[in-house]
Design a protein. Structure first.
Length: 147
């Protein structure tokens, strides 16, 4: 039962955090940025994809959480990030912000769908046997001419 509804659980957490953030912003007169609006819009879009049962929904949700984990989009009103900065010779060179909510939900999605993640990795990183045969056949006459 957990495997069947795990994506809905993750979506429910995202919706609860987002709704709480919007209410908190309205009550306390805070301002939210463009990253929040993009995050809320993509959350609505991903929910519509789930309602219409799009085939690669879990992959799309994973990509959304990856983008959120590097703080490109936000689901909360406050920027709660862990920032790692490298300062060679006293100058700020680069920084990497990680959003804990998106990272934890991404890990939860990976753990609950580990077999699907393995299938996706195999699909993405293995070569197609048809392409291997055609490339060997294409190279074979060239190799015979060189001999």
């Amino acid at each position: 039962m957990i495997k069947k509804y795990n994506v809905l659980f993750i979506l429910l957490i995202l919706w609860m955090v987002s709704i709480y953030s919007v209410i908190y912003v309205i009550v306390n007169s805070y301002e939210i940025g463009i990253q929040n609006y993009i995050g809320y819009g993509l959350l609505i879009l991903i929910t519509v994809l789930k309602i219409f049962r799009i085939e690669r929904f879990k992959t799309t949700l994973g990509v959304l959480l990856i983008v959120g984990s590097v703080n490109a989009i936000q689901f909360t009103y406050a920027t709660s990030t862990l920032v790692f900065t490298w300062t060679p010779l006293g100058h700020r060179f680069s920084s990497l912000g990680i959003q804990p909510l998106s990272v934890s939900l991404l890990f939860l999605l990976i753990i609950l769908n580990f077999s699907g993640v393995l299938k996706l990795m195999v699909y993405l990183f293995t070569e197609d046997p048809k392409l291997q045969r055609t490339s060997k056949m294409a190279r074979k006459p060239i190799d015979e001419k060189d001999n």
